[in-house]
Design a protein around this ligand. Structure first.
Ligand code: C5P
Ligand code: MG
Length: 256
């Protein structure tokens, strides 16, 4: 099976020198958020993102600060009267891009009946809409993420728990391991991530025999390279494609 992060792993980090949005940024920058809301969300991003990727802070130090960031951002978004019916248009109008080769990845996994588990600290409703609009939301895809909770009128009132942030992506937020138990015949995993927090995404899998961890090193490359090389089996720099994982999958699924 494949276990993958979403933002900045399946989606692109940059294009022509410009940053691409995360699923949160798509909402933050959308026409449904007020100017004041946008400013506050941007201030949070500028304060907390450098902490998220700071190679000199421990995960223990970062965890409570990530809870603070996500909670404050979700509270701000929940004050914006976002409509469930607006999500598709918000995604369509955004600058989000999936990495080159996403079609081959999703289609190949579907064709060969390989489960794709997307484990995301982003916004589930947004990322599902992205893969739906890209026509790759096949039945072998399962998503665990932060989902929005809408009232009877379809207005966002809060986010459902448990809160998933960059550094609690492990079985503590998977509400039991039923999903993985169903897949207990799957003993080989390819894990895709872009953060040091993505390394624990396969922790709940009961019968792992082989795990290949592929990491996209997007930001603060020089400072983080050592840690990424120690933790991931393959580290990709300046690579906005899924070519490496597609090549490995082609080899495993077709040529062997
Ligand atoms: O899917 P993934 O786990 O990568 O999603 C989390 C990413 O979303 C983080 O890397 C973080 O930088 C970003 N984020 C954001 N705005 C927030 C919270 C997180 O852009 N309010
Ligand atoms: Mg990510």
């Amino acid at each position: 099976m494949v276990i993958s992060d979403f933002d900045m792993t399946l989606s692109r980090f940059g294009c022509n020198g410009r940053r691409c949005p995360t699923s949160h940024n798509i909402l933050d920058n959308s026409h449904v958020v007020s100017e004041d809301g946008k400013k506050k969300l941007k201030d949070l991003l500028h304060y907390y993102y450098p902490i998220e990727i700071d190679p000199d802070r421990t995960l223990e130090e970062k965890r409570p600060l990530m809870v603070e960031w996500w909670s404050r951002a979700h509270d701000l978004l929940s004050q914006q009267k976002i409509l469930k019916g607006d999500i598709a248009q918000i995604v369509r109008e955004s600058d989000v891009m999936l990495r080159d080769g996403f079609n081959e990845l999703f289609d190949q996994l579907h064709e060969y009946d390989v489960p794709l588990f997307i484990f995301s600290a982003g916004v589930g409703d947004i990322l599902e809409e992205i893969i739906r609009q890209a026509n790759v939301f096949h039945p072998n895809v399962n998503v665990v993420s932060n989902y929005m909770d809408f009232d009877d009128n379809g207005v966002l009132r809060c986010f459902k728990g448990p809160l998933i942030h960059t550094y609690n992506k492990n079985n503590t937020v998977l509400q039991g391991t039923e999903y993985f138990q169903q897949l207990s015949t799957r003993t080989s995993i390819i894990l895709l991530g872009d953060s040091m927090g993505d390394l624990t995404m396969a922790d709940g899998v009961p019968s792992v025999e082989n795990i290949l961890k592929i990491g996209f090193l997007n930001d603060k490359v020089e400072e983080q390279r050592g840690k990424y090389l120690d933790a991931y089996d393959i580290v990709l720099e300046s690579d906005e494609t899924l070519d490496v994982v597609n090549g490995i999958l082609r080899y495993i699924l077709i040529e062997t």
